[in-house]
Structures are given as structure tokens and as C-alpha cells.
Design a protein around this ligand. Sequence first.
Ligand code: SF4
Length: 322
Amino acid sequence: MLHPLVSTLLDRILQGGALTQDDGRALAALGREHTTGLLFAANAVMNARGRVSFTCSIINAKSGTCSQDCVFCAQSGHYRTGSPTHPLLPLEELVERGLAMHAAGASCYSIVTSGLRLAEDEIERVCACLRELRRRTDMTLSASLGLLTSEYVRRLVDAGLSRYHHNLETARSHFPAICTTHEYDQDIETVLLAKEHCLQVCSGGILGLGESWDQRIELAGTLAELGVDTVPLNFLNPIPGTPLQDVELLTPHDALKSVALFRLMLPEADITVAGGREKVLGDYQSWLPLAGANGMMIGNYLTTRGRGLDADTRMLEQGSWI
Ligand code: SF4
């Protein structure tokens, strides 16, 4: 039986209403015995909005030596992680990988680069790649290139970009513990700039950075206020050499409960689960649709390997009834 609070708030969402952060915090505070009820509610919300499953793929187009000090990140130049570093890949490689992911069934291809923002010549190469893929595929073309300027975003849109990815990473109240080299408001400004230029916005964060349940709800609330289209949720996979290397992994329970809470706070958004899902969820990955996720990153992540396209595709096909 559903807890009365879950039942009341589920009704409100199904009638087109929204949850406040207070509602979210009250749901997060429910005991473990109510988690399956939360998953049920999240699944009901996902199915009511009409589940459109999608899969996205990324290319680590420029890796490492980042000037920023994000404490979870293998690519920060502040830590010795042994993670591969390379400058922006040649145009041919960016295009070939996009075509390969299109052939593998990805509905979205995202060009991801390390660093606070790209240089002029790098933006031009990304634009050339977008133009070529726009001409040859019908995939959603996305990019994650750090902070935007008005001029860069205009050029990217003209080249065929339809979506911009920029994570807030965590709640504003937790951000100073995660990054000291830029401001939370700079990330918010980039999200707003992408929206102003009519790009779909993909913005989420990483769970398991030492944030509280209230801070998870705070992040979900901020993303809801910004009206982002897609929320990628990552689970921390601690990287040796980073300050978070010894942090304990989230449990499958906490990870699934978090996904369900994001679904309830953001009923209209696509919620996709990306990095860390294999490590944190193990056999429970197949519960993600039950928890309200309707998307999944396939292939490899930025600095860690995924479990393989075949296994992911099979899981999505077999679970399409959930
Ligand atoms: S998360 Fe992005 S900005 Fe932060 S260190 Fe990693 S690559 Fe740099």
C-alpha cells in the first residue's frame, strides 16, 4: 500500500501539478519500507507522460588537463589520476565516431570536451563536425563544451546543434565543497544562454558526492525551475587520485530512490542515467525504468568503460513493458 503522502503527491502530479522542494524533502525522509511505493509512483508518472525511451552516446573529444578543480573528476589538472589526456580530436575522428554511434542505434550524439571553455579554433572544428553529421544523419546533435558565450552558441546553432549539455553537478549549497575554481552562477548562466537560443538543455549532476538527501532535492528543484529538458544523473564512481577516491559508493537502494525522487520532481523531463550505473546498481540496473528513468547512456562514458552496447540494447528491449 502506498504511504498517504506518496499517494496524495502522485495524484497531484498526475493532475498536472508540481511538487515543491518541501514536498520532495518529505518524500526523501520516508523510511526504506516506502521506497518500493516511491518507485511505483515514479513509474506511474513516467508512463503517464508517455514514455519515449532514448539512448545517448558521447565522445570524449578533448580529455584531461582541465584548469578546474572539481573533486570527482578524472580530467582535472589538479589531480594525478592517470586518466588519458589528449587535445581536441581531428575532425575525421569526431565525424566517424558519430556515424558509428548512429549505426549502433544512438538517438543522440554528444561531443564532450574537458576544460572551462573552448578556444576559437576548437569551436570551429566542432562546428565543422556538426555540419557534416547534420548532413549525413538525423541524430540529435549535442555538445558539452563548458561555459558558453553568446557568439559561440550562435555559431553552434547555425552548424546544426540542437541540444546543449551542461551539468550543475550538485546543489548550490554543496557546490563550494565540489569546485572552487568557478561559480555556480556561471553554470546557471550557460544553461540559460542555451535555452535563450532555443537549444534543448540537458543538465543534471552526480549523486554520491557527499550531498544530503535535502541537497539532492535542492538540485532537482533548481533543475525544475530552470525548465531543463533532460536530466542526466550520474552516480559517483570514485576515481583514484581525486579527493573523493575513498568515498563509499551509493547503495542500489539510495541510487534508485534518488532517480525516483528526480522523476517525481521533474515529471516532464527526460531522465537519463549515465556514469556509474554499472558499478553502483549492478544487477539492479534493470530497475531503472521502474524508478522513472526513460533514458540511458550507451557505449563508454568519458573516462570509464560502459558494459557494452549489446547488453544495454538487450536490457532496453526486454524491459520495454515496465
Ligand atoms: S567536471 Fe568539467 S570543469 Fe570540472 S574538472 Fe572535470 S572537465 Fe574540468
